[in-house]
Design a protein around this ligand. Structure first.
Ligand code: PEP
Length: 267
């Protein structure tokens, strides 16, 4: 699978601004021929905007994703402030981002928390965009692969649990995306080289493949300061299946230019 996903984070400020962004995205994509689409487009608005965004995206080529779900319960419960996988799916989302570095940093998300979230998502048929990435210090210390392996252990544990429930490996691979996002590249304008990202993606694909021999190749996106100037370079690598885009996804023009770069390269 190839995908370009916009992570809107805690943006835009108002529903009016959300609708303006959607107006531009939909106007630019509604006439596109489905046969020319080689990249799945997705946007992840904040939870409060998810229902409205999902409703407007129904019967379009763009999917709606959440940015997070509750670890505590996949359904209902006394968990103030949380939104469950069931509620997110009911709001119209088909995917959720999990383990974003900002969640890991500001909410101290642990291994077990993330295992619970992944399992809760799959229980309600939400696809998972699982984010992993090293900090600047870890990168400088050449710890990248060791850090990623530790973070990917969440996926290993989740796969083991799902296999107990006889979940089909093909379905699993269709519902799982790994997003490699070096923490030091997020929102900084700094990016690793395409060669570095490609080697890291190869390592991620091999690592996940070892968790389940029957699993078809997992989709791996790059995220971290992807913009209209560097998108073509990342898209040209066969190891880079798409992009998770933060800042540049808040303007329809730049998001669609990035999407088009990947669409062209993956055609
Ligand atoms: C992100 O936070 O997922 C991200 C990729 O952000 P940015 O594109 O702004 O670096």
């Amino acid at each position: 699978m190839h995908a370009v996903i916009g992570n809107w984070k805690q943006n835009p400020a108002t529903i009016d601004e959300v609708n303006t962004l959607l107006d531009s995205l939909l106007a630019a994509t509604e006439d596109q021929d489905a046969n020319d689409q080689h990249c799945q487009l997705m946007v992840a608005p904040s939870c409060i905007h998810l229902t409205g965004v999902s409703a407007r995206l129904q019967n379009t080529s763009i999917l709606a994703a959440a940015q997070d779900i509750s670890a505590h319960s996949s359904s209902i419960g006394a968990y103030t402030g949380d939104c469950s996988a069931q509620q997110i799916a009911d709001a119209g989302a088909t995917w959720t981002i999990l383990g974003h570095s900002e969640r890991r940093q500001y909410h101290k998300e642990s291994h077990q928390t993330l295992v619970n979230k992944v399992n809760n998502a799959f229980e309600h048929n939400l696809g998972v965009v699982f984010c992993i990435g090293e900090t600047q210090t870890q990168y400088d210390d050449k710890q990248t692969f060791a850090v990623l392996d530790k973070q990917l252990a969440v996926i290993k544990d989740s796969i083991a649990k799902l296999k107990e429930q006889h979940i089909d490996s093909k379905k699993l691979s269709e519902d799982l995306i790994i997003a490699y996002e070096p923490v030091w590249a997020i929102g900084t304008g700094k990016v690793p080289t395409v060669e570095e990202v490609s080697a890291t993606h190869e390592h991620i694909k091999q690592t996940v493949a070892a968790f389940d021999k029957a699993l078809p190749a997992v989709t791996v996106l790059y995220g971290g300061s992807v913009n209209t100037d560097n998108a073509d370079d990342f898209a040209a690598s066969t190891m880079i299946d798409g992009a998770l885009v933060g800042g540049a996804s808040l303007k329809a023009d730049s998001f669609l230019a990035i999407a088009n770069a990947f669409n062209r390269a993956k055609s």
